[in-house]
Ligand binder design. Structure first.
Ligand code: AQP
Length: 333
């Protein structure tokens, strides 16, 4: 069966190696399989769940589209568009908000992490973000959703919402229950400064992440400064327990080379971190620099990027409009 793929990335700037290894690299593989029908969305409605600067947001939308293309997604094969251009996302989100119980949302750990201590000040949008995400996926009858490990809980919620809608409106299988596509290994890339924290766009320290727009010198410098511990690299996986920084660097190395951790442990077991850092910086430069150069080239081709997003939105609109029409009918509108 051909897979229907849907996934999104927020245009919140600083796209990084975690976004690439956890999500975008998989998008590219799925795009390259001619059997799949892929939709990759710049989820700008999600981005405004926290305050955004208007001009910055516009640039970030284009930069995210440029990152998709620079990483290898072909806009003539896959639909690339930004969410706010297709109104069905917001409409479906409202309808699904009315069937999803509060209790389900209260369990979402990402809201707790992102809202921090002062939940009262977080936007309602941030709280219901997973319902908008469910709408994105369900509007396109997506069968598979490639995401990083941090989105696993939201995907489970999407499945629950689809099943509840089908039951409440007695429309068996109307909303398709999607499967998550989460890599078995290294699906959560950690900060270069703290192996217990996720690599993230909003970390105030730029040294905590490799940005997809970093230059070779920046990559080399960040890897040089990455936190390690004072023991040699072990040669067996179980010895990585309680050594999160070592595990993260070896994980990044393995993931970039598409090799399993055991092979990397064979290569570096007993050696010092300086050896791993030297080789890691080299393979990262080889992988990320061409993407970085291409993002910088494409970002100056605003008309081309606008055209890709317009064309993509028109194709997405066609699919989503049909689904929302049926959804409204089922509800009684
Ligand atoms: N560190 C990560 N490791 C693996 N995958 C990751 N993803 C994000 N961070 C990592 C995956 O990237 C995709 C797009 O994420 P997003 O931009 O929509 O939002 P996010 O997860 O909120 O990204 P950040 O960097 O963590 O942003 P902030 O700092 O704003 O919280 C998703 O598939 C995600 O799993």
């Amino acid at each position: 069966m051909p897979k229907k793929i849907f996934s999104g990335v927020q245009p919140t700037g600083n796209l990084h190696l975690g976004n690439y290894l956890g999500a975008i690299k998989n998008f590219v593989d799925l795009n390259n399989d001619n059997q799949n029908k892929c939709i990759f969305c710049v989820v700008d409605l999600h981005a405004i769940t926290v305050k955004q600067d208007k001009d910055q947001l516009k640039n970030n939308i284009l930069e995210t589209a440029a990152t998709f293309i620079a990483s290898g997604i072909d806009p003539s094969k896959s639909i690339i568009f930004n969410q706010s251009k297709v109104t069905a996302h917001a409409e479906a989100s409202w309808m699904l908000s009315c069937i999803a119980p509060m209790g389900w949302l209260n369990r979402m750990t990402q809201f707790k992490e992102k809202a921090g201590k002062d939940k009262e000040k977080a936007s309602v949008g941030l709280y219901i973000y997973p319902i908008l995400m469910a709408s994105d996926i369900l509007l396109y009858d997506a069968t598979h959703v490639p995401v990083g490990e941090d989105q696993k809980q939201h995907l489970e919620l999407t499945r629950d919402i689809a099943q509840k809608f089908n039951k409440d409106f007695n429309c068996n299988d109307f909303l398709k229950v999607p499967e998550p596509l989460i890599k078995k290994n290294f699906s959560r890339i950690m900060s270069l400064k703290d192996g217990l924290k996720k690599m993230s766009k909003s970390d105030p320290s730029d040294l905590s992440r490799i940005n997809l727009t970093d230059t070779k010198d920046e990559i080399i410098n960040k890897i040089k400064k990455a936190k390690t511990d004072s023991f040699p690299i072990p040669n067996e996986e179980h010895k990585l327990k309680d050594r999160p920084e070592a595990e993260n660097l070896l994980g990044i190395y393995s993931s970039i080379l598409n090799q399993n951790l055991d092979k990397s442990l064979d290569e570096f077991g007993g050696k010092n971190f300086s050896d791993l850092k030297r080789d890691l910086a080299e393979i990262l430069c080889n992988k990320i620099s061409p993407i970085s150069d291409e993002i910088k080239r494409l970002i100056n081709e605003k008309e081309y990027l606008d055209e890709v997003l317009i064309q993509g939105a028109s194709k997405a609109e066609e699919i989503a409009a049909k689904k929302i029409k049926e959804m409204k009918k089922l509800i009684g509108f």
